[in-house]
Design a protein around this ligand. Structure first.
Ligand SMILES: Cc1cn([C@H]2C[C@H](O)[C@@H](COP(=O)(O)OP(=O)(O)O[C@H]3O[C@H](C)C(=O)[C@H](O)[C@H]3O)O2)c(=O)[nH]c1=O
Length: 192
């Protein structure tokens, strides 16, 4: 089994580890295989890949696209280290408003599956972080929404909080409590 799938404290968010094949040249690893991911509970087709580069301290997020353009994301850190966070926004979920965070790095080669219905964000913990992630729906800016990275109601424990570099857009995002009906159409068990 070249992949290991580990549900986190919010079980729909899954840590994915892929088997590496090291040799004298370096290593090779598969990072996605539809048949294996289906067996691991991630029955999704990806339609877009994203790549971002971030200075140490950068926080990107917390972002999501609303239905019908909601995105599931398979996130990998190819250079450096990030603290990757998913927040449950599904109304009616027993874990609504709760978050999970994991360290993804070029060294640990871990990936994180963030399903539709969750906001996603990360903080770069080293200089020059390269993040590559696959998404299950194409970019639809009209459906893009977000929640403040530092919303006290979420209480996300960002490792480099004092050194956060945040875009003006992200700094102006609403808190979870301020999300209106038009900002969040995710429901638990609904089409996510
Ligand atoms: C997301 C996206 C953005 N863009 C354009 C729009 C802006 O002109 C520029 C930067 O976008 P933004 O500031 O939203 O980039 P991030 O802050 O890295 O956004 C991402 O941050 C967190 C980590 C996420 O999970 C989302 O994938 C995404 O929202 O790229 C595109 O052309 N296509 C896209 O799919």
């Amino acid at each position: 089994m070249p992949f290991r799938f580990e549900p986190l404290a919010i079980p729909e968010v899954i840590l994915v580890e892929a088997k590496a094949f090291p040799d004298e040249r370096g290593f090779f690893m598969e990072t996605f295989k539809r048949s294996e991911f289906m067996q691991g509970g991630i029955d999704r087709v990806f339609v877009q890949d994203n790549y971002s580069y971030s200075r140490r301290g950068t926080v990107r997020g917390l972002h999501y696209q609303m239905n019908p353009a909601a995105q599931g994301k398979l996130v990998a850190c190819l250079r450096g280290e990030i603290y990757d966070v998913a927040v449950d926004l599904r109304k009616g979920s027993s874990t609504y408003g709760r978050w999970v965070g994991v360290v993804l790095s070029a060294e640990n080669r871990r990936m994180l599956w963030v399903p539709e219905g969750f906001a996603h964000g990360f903080q770069a913990l080293t200089e020059g972080v390269m993040v590559w992630y696959k998404v299950t729906a194409e970019y639809e800016p009209a459906t893009e929404r977000g929640v403040r990275w530092d919303d006290p109601a979420l209480g996300i424990e960002w490792p480099l909080r004092e050194e956060a570099i945040v875009s003006a857009k992200d700094a102006a995002l609403p808190s979870l409590a301020e999300l209106s009906e038009t900002d969040n159409n995710f429901t638990y068990g609904g089409r996510s």
